[in-house]
Design a binder for this molecule. Structure first.
Ligand code: ARG
Length: 475
């Protein structure tokens, strides 16, 4: 977890640098109102970007040296100073200052305290506008990689359960009414396929995240002979952005990421809802390990599926973050506006929420236990093989519509007599059609029903194993 709150915020005693002046104080005749200072500061949350800010600064200094703006000695001093600052931050030795507003000026001021006048040369040919746009992209790129790994872990867990439960039968539902028998493995694989698309969306989004705004400077570029390709290469970006106004202003990459995250959370919330239903006494299809559940302080018998419930709830936060960023960008004129400072908290919140939810799911899924008897009994209850009887009649040359009608009557009889189709005698079944024969019982069993759906994408146990194998070979 990031050490967001590890370092104290100093609102009282100004550090050495602030006593002198703001880094931008030249044209001002009075000092900033204390409330305004705190209100406009972002260090409370953008301190989280310290590592990426330092990496960006080091690459920038190296580029300035390459094009002859900094001497090698100056560059080395800057690098060493920044490395020391990073060590201090990680050791919790830095007191962030509200007066220094944001992560960029907090670090730069400390650098100058450490190495003197050379520290002041670092900001040559750049602005905080391209600096922050670069920092967020570097940070988000790393987060997308971490999220992708967690997502893969959950996918592997689902494949594991699918393989283990490849022929376990449960009722499949439409309208939450028993529809047709399916295999538990097939159900797990439905979730797996959704996650495949989520993974692809994240990788695709990464292509547009990994473009470098640095060099856009404040908005128009800079008169210094900078080498943006070189900086991009140093930072592992695919390329520098093509337009400086666009580079400092747009946050569409973050919105795109939160959109992909929203879809992923939507999927997790659907999984969660099913787990909540399935663990209820009414369904009783599965057991979640105790360590993923909590009890009630008043009702001693309760074991609540808090983890899936919470993930279902957290989905709302991520949708909220998406709307916050869409609304933030709406109607903003070019180029950078202070509004953009508000991009960070929703973005951080989405990453934290998504990572936590994926982690909980990936830890939990491989340990889900199935109650096979309960699922089987539920599949027996709702005439789940009625379609199989209709298909059987079609096989005996009856038009499908007529077969539908015949089976409808048989089901009505079953409701009245409280019998599943497979529990009726041949004579009882023959009341509805004379073409029904002894072989009907092969299709009326749950096993017969699932085994018959033996084609790509069907629920047959054979197909489940085939998909698991293919997914493992080519994830
Ligand atoms: N803290 C600012 C942000 O998060 C950094 C850029 C500030 N630029 C400026 N011109 N005020 O967007």
């Amino acid at each position: 977890m990031p050490n967001r709150n590890k370092n104290l915020i100093n609102t009282q005693k100004p550090a050495k640098t602030e006593e002198k002046a703001k880094l931008w104080g030249g044209r001002f005749s009075e000092s900033t109102d204390a409330f305004v200072e705190a209100f406009t500061a972002s260090i409370q949350f953008d301190q989280r970007l310290y590592k990426h800010d330092i990496a960006g600064s080091k690459a920038h200094a190296q580029m300035l040296n390459k094009v002859g703006i900094l001497t090698s000695e100056e560059m080395q001093d800057i690098h060493q100073g920044l490395d020391e600052i990073q060590t201090d931050i990680e050791a919790g030795k830095i007191e962030w200052s509200i007066a220094l507003e944001d992560i960029h000026m907090n670090i730069e001021a400390r650098l100058t305290d450490k190495i003197g006048i050379t520290g002041k040369k670092l900001h040559t040919g750049r602005s905080r506008n391209d600096q922050i746009a670069t920092d967020i992209r570097l940070w988000l790129r790393e987060q997308i990689d971490t999220i992708s790994l967690e997502l893969n872990r959950l996918q592997s867990g689902l494949l594991e359960v699918a393989e283990r439960e490849f022929d376990t039968i449960l009722p499949g539902f439409t309208h939450l009414q028993v529809a047709q028998p399916i295999t538990f493995g097939h159900h797990m694989l439905a979730w797996y396929e959704m996650l495949v698309r989520d993974f692809e969306r994240l990788q695709d989004c990464q292509k547009r995240v990994n473009i470098m705004p640095l060099g856009s400077a404040a908005l128009a570029g800079t008169p210094y002979p900078i080498d943006r390709d070189y900086t991009a290469e140093l930072l592992g970006f695919d390329r520098p952005c093509n337009n400086s106004l666009d580079g400092v202003s747009d946050r569409d990459f973050a919105i795109e990421f939160i959109s992909a995250a929203s879809l992923l959370m939507m999927h997790l919330s659907r999984f969660s809802e099913e787990l909540v239903l399935w663990t209820s006494a009414q369904f009783n299809f599965i057991e979640l390990p105790d360590r993923f559940c909590t009890g009630s302080s008043i009702m001693p018998q309760k074991k609540n599926p808090d983890v899936p419930e919470l993930i279902r709830g957290k989905t709302g936060r991520v949708y909220g973050d998406l709307f916050a960023l869409l609304t933030l960008m709406k109607s903003q004129p070019l180029a950078y506006n202070k509004d953009n400072q508000e991009d960070k908290e929703p973005l951080f919140d989405t990453v934290d929420t998504l990572l936590g939810s994926l982690r909980a799911f990936a830890d939990m899924m491989p340990h889900v236990q199935t109650n096979k008897d309960k699922m089987r009994a539920a599949a027996m209850q709702g005439f789940s093989t009625a379609t199989d009887l209709a298909d059987y009649l079609v096989g005996k040359d009856m038009p499908f519509r007529d077969a539908h009608e015949v089976v409808g009557s048989a089901v009505a009889y079953g409701v009245k007599t409280k019998k599943d189709l497979s529990e009726m005698t041949l004579e009882e079944l023959q009341q509805f059609s004379s073409v029904i024969d002894q072989d009907v019982f092969e299709v009326l069993t749950l096993e017969g029903s699932v085994a018959a759906r033996d084609h790509l994408g069907g629920t047959a146990p054979k197909q489940v194993l085939a998909r698991v194998k293919a997914a493992k070979e080519n994830p």
